[in-house]
Design a protein around this ligand. Structure first.
Ligand SMILES: Nc1ncnc2c1ncn2[C@@H]1O[C@H](COP(=O)(O)OP(=O)(O)OP(=O)(O)O)[C@@H](O)[C@H]1O
Length: 341
């Protein structure tokens, strides 16, 4: 649904050049919630602003729902007709809501509908439907100043949905909200994604946002995408930085020298199998559990366990193979420094 190819953005200001995006390839599938995470300055905002051409990329391409946006003339308020048309199908929500304080909630949601050219009755009906969808039907006549942060963001989301978009871009939509309100806004985004089949691309600096709502994620650093993929896939990827951050195991023990320490990741169905006792029984070995944790990631139960097997790696090739045959992801940990071998 959204594809960027070799996307580059270089800002030039006062004789200096800043490369905010450096060859970004991103592929967001239709109907998924895709999160881009990274520290401040990684290029996340620039990326999302290039996706709807609020910012023109220096080079590379952006395709949304089959339309190559970079090929359409104009930008920001000077967008040409084709670009305006394409952008109507891309809603955007902002960290600071960007509501007009002099307009009521209903009038804020009606604004894009006025621009589209709907008449008063149609606008009224559509805005009422959208406010109902985000749970704010009773606040239509209020002004933004009378709402909580979470309610303001709900208005922002209703306004973003006015053009019946296929894609919703979210620029740190929950960063200004407390944890409980964050959860309710993320769950609203998830519901809209499911009910309307909306594709959501969000940027965040919080790993918890990725963990709770995303199907896929990309990690950005220095204008580049360092890692990307489905969360399930990333959790099963050897040495994945995102997987480590989504599911840290730092507190676990490292075992005795001479023994083999393995990390086992299990997801969904495999979590129900009593694989530790099966392993102990089948190979008549004593297994020492060094640590274990279970989390909900992307709506699935995922577990990780670090166990110590007696003897060196050579002696444990067969038991490790047995675990892999059960559909478990198994990595050997180098007992000298705790790093994954
Ligand atoms: N209009 C601009 N002019 C010059 N440099 C810019 C401009 N906008 C962003 N930058 C620079 O581009 C780089 C990427 O910025 P960007 O805002 O995209 O990162 P970010 O990951 O969204 O960070 P944050 O979470 O702090 O917003 C930074 O070095 C930033 O200073």
């Amino acid at each position: 649904m959204i594809t960027t190819k070799d996307l580059t953005k270089v800002y030039r200001s006062r004789g200096r050049e800043v490369t905010a995006l450096d060859g970004v390839d991103l592929h967001v599938r239709e109907g998924e919630v895709y999160g881009v995470v990274g520290t401040s300055g990684a290029g996340k905002s620039t990326l999302i602003r290039c996706v709807n051409m609020l910012e023109r990329p220096s080079s590379g391409s952006v395709t949304v729902d089959g339309v190559e946006l970079n090929a359409l003339p104009g930008q920001e308020h000077r967008a040409g007709r084709d670009l305006r048309e394409a952008r109507r199908r891309i809603g955007m929500v902002f960290q600071h809501f960007n509501l007009l304080s002099s307009r009521t909630v209903q009038q804020n949601v009606e604004l894009p509908l006025e621009i589209i050219g709907l008449d008063r009755t149609q606008r009224h009906r559509k805005a009422a439907e959208l406010l109902d969808l985000v749970g704010l039907a009773d606040k239509a006549r209020n002004y933004p100043g009378q709402l909580s942060g979470g309610q303001k963001q709900r208005v922002g989301i209703a306004r973003a949905l006015a053009g019946d978009p296929k894609v919703l871009l979210s620029d740190e939509a929950t960063s200004a909200l407390d944890p409980e309100t964050t959860r309710s806004i993320l769950s609203l985004l998830r519901d809209l994604n499911r009910q309307l089949g909306l594709t959501v691309l969000l940027i965040t600096h919080e790993m918890d946002v990725i963990k709770s709502v995303c199907d896929s994620a990309a990690l950005m650093r220095g204008g580049k995408v360092i890692e990307s993929g489905g969360l399930t896939e990333l959790l099963a990827t050897r040495n994945s930085e995102l997987a480590r951050e989504l599911f840290p195991l730092g507190e676990f023990g490292h075992g005795q020298p001479g023994n083999t320490v393995v990390e086992i990741t299990f997801q969904g169905d495999t979590s129900a199998q009593p694989f530790v006792s099966q392993l102990a029984r089948t190979y008549q070995i004593d297994i020492n559990i060094l640590g274990a944790a279970v989390e909900h990631i992307g709506g699935r139960m995922v577990g990780r366990m670090r166990v110590e097997l007696p003897g060196g790696h050579q002696e444990n090739v067969v038991p490790i193979g047995f675990l892999r045959e059960q559909g478990l992801q198994v990595e050997t940990v180098n007992e000298a420094n705790g790093a994954v071998a």
